[in-house]
Design a protein around this ligand. Structure first.
Ligand code: SF4
Ligand code: SF4
Length: 373
């Protein structure tokens, strides 16, 4: 495993994201499959990963509790914990931090982040609620070791956030797809110029970049037959020296085995390989309809209980075949696209700014041509 210095700490280049742990059905809803998830954490620890990222809201609040249990048999100094305060989930920052320490079974958090700044104009809430002063107090007491933020907003908002406080680090959505088709390059430049080290989230864009279209994969295989598709994304990130940790929300053992293998040695793409990857990306992009990462931030907001990421996945997967109700039935989504009331709450919470009601209307039109929404 390759290590980098992040805020003076020796951190594995590959970080374990705990937002997409394996699940099973239980308690009337999907719950973390503890045994399978524990196996992944154990593999991570055995193979040099020492950065574990979670959040108050992941897995409906269960991710931190799981991680606390999963890591409790390892010495506390052998791993770093990163977790986040979400104003939207619970604005009582003092209580939230206390709960998080309990869930994670620890008396300090190594890397603490304000969660998802920039979504739906939430920066003002975080800025004005007093949480930053409080977290700085906790930093002085050693309860928080390093304070940063994760970001999903506009470039102007990022500039304001960076100028507002002397942050220790930040977490950006960064991958080759967004580098070419979103503001990622500008965001990376802004924080790098400000001297803020970067932890990368969505390295594989919610798994989208782990499996491209057959045409795009053929381009990559022709260049390096032995490299997995996911490894191209991690190798590309390694070209950027201010990327200190690459998070991947690994939900199966084979994913972590593959990612660890990529990060065992320095394996940054050459200029020539980057050109190959960008060509494959453009080929793939022509097939992507909705760039949903499956983060689920929108799900609890929907008044008609549409499982939005699942429905959008069906939309993408069934691009070239006739639309039927079958694909949608398989999602188990209570609400159906035709139940959408265009309230826009989902889009307000969507880090990717996806116009969900537009797709729900398009789906309704495909399923029930002529029906007015
Ligand atoms: S716009 Fe539609 S899909 Fe989005 S939250 Fe409202 S009802 Fe649900
Ligand atoms: S629609 Fe947006 S918020 Fe909802 S799962 Fe997809 S990317 Fe996340």
């Amino acid at each position: 495993m390759i290590y980098n210095s992040l805020c003076g700490e020796n951190i594995s280049r590959l970080g374990m994201g705990n937002m997409r742990l394996p699940e099973k059905f239980g308690e009337g809803r999907p719950v973390i499959d503890f045994e399978k998830a524990q196996e992944i954490i154990d593999y991570a620890m055995a193979n040099g990963i020492n950065y574990f990222d979670t959040a108050y809201v992941y897995h409906g609040g269960d991710s931190e509790k799981f991680l606390g249990k999963a890591l409790k048999n390892y010495p506390r100094e052998s791993y770093k914990l990163a977790t986040k305060f979400s104003y939207g989930a619970n604005p009582d920052y003092k209580k939230v931090l206390q709960e998080q320490l309990e869930y994670l079974q620890t008396d300090y958090i190594d890397f603490y982040l304000l969660h998802g700044l920039g979504i739906g104009g939430n920066w003002n809430d975080f800025r004005d609620c007093g949480c930053i002063d409080y977290f700085m107090e906790m930093k002085e007491k050693g309860v928080i070791r390093h304070l940063g933020f994760s970001f999903h907003g506009t470039v102007d908002c990022l500039r304001e956030i960076v100028a507002h406080h002397n942050w220790d680090f930040c977490q950006l959505q960064m991958n080759y797809y967004d580098w070419l088709h979103a503001d990622t390059q500008k965001e990376y430049e802004i924080v790098t110029e400000a001297g803020l080290p970067v932890v990368v989230m969505e390295s594989l864009r919610g798994g989208l970049l782990a499996s491209l279209s057959p045409e795009a994969e053929a381009i990559l295989k022709a260049a390096h037959p032995d490299w997995s598709t996911a490894s191209w994304a991690l190798r590309w990130l390694q070209r950027h020296p201010n990327v200190k940790v690459m998070l991947s929300g690994m939900s199966a053992l084979e994913q972590i085995v593959d990612n660890v293998a990529t990060c065992e040695t320095d394996s940054a793409l050459t200029d020539a390989d980057e050109a190959v990857l960008f060509e494959a990306c453009e080929q793939f992009r022509s097939n992507v309809l909705v760039p949903c990462t499956g983060c689920r931030y929108c799900v609890d907001t929907c008044p008609t209980q549409i499982n939005i990421p699942e429905v959008l996945k069906v939309y993408n997967d069934h691009k070239d075949i006739p639309w039927t109700f079958m694909g949608l039935m398989r999602t188990g989504s209570k609400g159906k696209p035709m139940d959408c009331v265009s309230c826009g709450l989902c889009t307000e919470h969507c880090p990717q700014n996806i116009d969900v009601p537009h797709y729900m209307a398009a789906l309704t039109d495909k399923l029930m041509p002529g029906r007015k929404k």
